[in-house]
Design a protein around this ligand. Structure first.
Ligand code: ADP
Ligand code: MG
Length: 365
């Protein structure tokens, strides 16, 4: 049995292909009914991990539990999971109804019952009148919905989705994201969703495992991954982040005072346990948590810099500020709340300012 009440428990799993280690000591717990995503760049091991959940691959060491049962001796077709692939594996010569009912053929169900279940699925995926259509008369988005319905009709406890929206164009993908999320909440099935698209993961997921080179770097909610990344890799994989070196001068009530290169004294949260005064650390701050101004700011902490580059993007502008002692220009993003009357201009001395809770400490100093 598992040591906890997680619905899916991945315990110290390693996977080698020959001498190549594709998965390195991954431990992740997934709760019942969660929309859980595996996020990372191509080749980081997402599909390998998903295939081990499905039973198409076995861990070299470690154990996977689903619903309290160890899966090592359970073949794919006896696992309470179903997998949806990126290339919608539907049969072009069958109509939509028979495609969706395909997995039911081994269950001894009356034809009327089967068709009733298919009609329910067609309602659920918002294609109620499509039962008689040939699969090859459907758009990409419709085909992907049929593939989903074909998996869902089997009522698996877990649905595994490997970049299921990857083949769709941007607009359709965004629409399908919202539908997929709503669908998952309706059916209440645990989803394990693979994507390399950080925005997609943030939009859809209850929690996300950020992966790199076969490891899980951080498992957390979208908000915590964005606001409190544990290290540089997570911080720069999700959104844009500015980094500063510094030395801790004091720690009080979970807030570190840091003497930061180029900025002076900065207060930063997210302090790792064990951090001590005198240690050097890496600080991080998001572009939208900084403000650029020409005049000295009245409140908040601040520093001086030289505006090197400015880009007007309509609803917001991006600024790049050179600060003495900092190797990369500091990125700042500002909403254009006032109507702009000209281009954002660069090449002048400016002030950078920020609120008390803008900075966080990263673990990998
Ligand atoms: N059957 C296999 N044999 C050898 N190497 C594999 C096999 N499957 C995956 N890999 C390797 O393992 C790594 C992770 O692959 P994969 O899990 O498909 O990554 P992702 O889905 O994150 O893009 C890659 O370097 C890939 O080449
Ligand atoms: Mg993959």
């Amino acid at each position: 049995m598992t040591q906890n009440d997680a619905f899916i428990s991945i315990r110290n799993v390693n996977k080698f292909f020959g001498k190549f280690q594709a998965i390195a000591d991954v431990s992740i717990d997934i709760q019942h009914g969660e929309f859980f995503s595996l996020l990372g760049s191509s080749g980081c091991g997402k599909t390998t991990l998903l295939r081990m959940l499905a039973g198409f691959e076995s861990p070299t060491s470690g154990e996977i539990y689903i619903d309290g049962q160890p899966m090592s001796d359970v073949p794919p077709h006896h696992r309470p999971v179903n997998m949806v692939f990126q290339s919608y594996a539907i049969f072009p010569h069958l109509n939509v109804r028979d495609n969706i009912a395909y997995g039911l053929r081994k269950q001894k169900l009356a034809r009327a019952k089967r068709y009733e279940m298919v009609d329910e699925m067609l309602e659920l995926i918002k294609l109620p009148d499509y039962g008689d259509r040939k699969a090859n008369e459907l758009s990409g988005g419709q085909r992907q919905r049929i593939a989903l319905a074909r998996s869902l009709i089997l009522r698996p406890k877990v649905l595994l989705l490997d970049e299921p929206l990857g083949a769709l164009d941007k607009q359709l993908r965004e629409q399908m994201q919202l539908e997929l999320r709503a669908l998952q909440k309706t059916v209440g099935i645990t989803f394990v969703f693979v994507t390399h698209d950080q925005e997609e993961a943030l939009t859809l997921s209850d929690r996300i495992a950020v992966m790199a080179q076969g490891r899980d770097l951080q498992v957390d909610t979208p908000t915590r991954l964005y606001e409190n990344p544990v290290n540089r890799d997570v911080a720069s994989f999700i959104g844009t982040m500015n980094f500063f070196d510094g030395t801790v001068s004091a720690i009080n009530d979970g807030i570190a005072k840091v003497d930061a290169v180029g900025l002076g004294e900065v207060r930063a949260g997210n302090v790792p346990s064990g951090l001590r005064p005198g240690q050097s650390v890496c600080l991080a701050v998001r572009p939208e948590k900084l403000t650029v101004s020409e005049n000295a700011p009245e409140a908040g902490s601040n520093a001086r810099g030289l505006l090197e580059n400015a880009a007007y993007l309509g609803e917001r502008s991006h600024y790049y500020v050179r600060v003495d002692g900092v190797s990369q220009p500091v990125a700042v993003s500002a909403q254009n709340r006032q109507r702009a009357d000209g281009k954002a201009e660069d090449k002048r001395p400016v002030w950078l300012s920020w609120d008390e809770n803008a900075f966080v400490v990263l673990e990998d100093g």
